[in-house]
Design a binder for this molecule. Sequence first.
Ligand code: SF4
Length: 480
Amino acid sequence: MPGFTPGRRWQPPFMPFKRLPFKKRVFAKIELAVKGPLFGCRMCGNCLLQETALICPMECPKGLRNGPCGGSTPEKCYVDESRPCIWYKIYERSFKLGREAILLEVLPPMDWDKAGTDAWSDVFSQAKKIGAAAIVTGLAGREAGSASKTLDSIFRPVRQPDWWQGDSLYHAPKYTQPVSELEDSLKKGRFAVTTEIAPPLSVNTEKLKQTIELIKPYVTAINFMDSPSAIPRMSSWACSKLALESGADPVMQIAARDRTRVGLQSEVMGAAALGIRNLLCLTGDSMILGPGPRGRMDIVDLDGIQMLWILRRMRDEGKYLDGREIKVPPQYFLGAAASPFASNMKFQALREQKKVHAGAQFFQTNVVFDADALDEWLNEIAKRDILDKVYIVVGITPLKSYRTAAYMNNRIPGVFVPEKILTRMETAKEKGGEQEEGLQICLELIEKIKSKHGVHGIHLMAVNWEEIVPRIVTESGLTR
Ligand code: SF4
């Protein structure tokens, strides 16, 4: 692969929010004229080229600045199939150049004050602070790493402002007593069973309450989805509150897609005050999957990793993003999604490590249909030294029909259904008894997965078939 590939700009460049002084406008024009053709620069004003192997991450239609989403594939982006996944390319080049370690650093959300302005001024003023003599000496220094240390002293303060201070280190939670039933159970080494419910499409909560009552005795915790596939539903915090009232332990899912930095902080404070303790931080399905008219698809204020970083600091350092102190900080157990079969497992493992460093304490994985292939992913996770830092709960779904299996394989980003399972479901369709076959496949998978080293539980995804959960739990011998 060449060291440089000219970038294409898929969306227009950003304009500054307010009128800038003449000098700044000229600088911005020059930067755009140079970096536009070279990198497809969109003038985000918060340049990351140094960290992303000279490929502009703003080509990602979700605007992700910390790595690929769970729908990443080598071939194409699931949001816009006419373009490749730019994060796959960034990872590919970084690994080839041996620069993958830098991808672990948790990068901040955009400072929108800088959008549309030149990013070079920040670099020049930092270089000025260090001094030309020190830079030249550092770059020409003979000791190992002298040049890269010098470059880092220029670029690091630019990409890591005081209000963020991101790094690539692991930060252990600063509390010891479990804050939820789920955390308590996992800490005690009990095999966890979690499941999920899609919130109602109306304000009628009758069915929701009945489902909670039905499955509560069989599971450790229940997830409430946050408008999956970008289709609006009742909020996950309202459902979580209803679950708490019924005596169940809720996992409130939060999609960054629908949150601003202000809204996120306010919502988790409210959720914590209501007693909701498990939070699953997701970047969220793109608007493209939802019905029209669509909101903006090319801008997210935050991604899932930034959300973890902000929430961990609120809890452990008692600080809002803007640095204000929180007198009584919120308590919660932070989770994230993991996607073993999206793109390349080595790339995914790096991304999971970054999530753990940012604050993830448990993973709920995307649906797994291949227990043997899961071993490869677990090995990659082990190489990244995070197996003892995160609880892994593996996603399993009982297939209702051959059609569902084929749809998941072809249409759901990050899901892979092996040929053997597709054939079994197709045969069952011809003979009748698809549901029973789907159930048997699910039980066989649980049997194979539950004893794997590093697996701490299963996450049953039986949305719109929740009544099957008690039977699966009972027949797989996982009754509490
Ligand atoms: S990261 Fe921002 S400033 Fe850097 S090339 Fe991309 S759009 Fe331009």
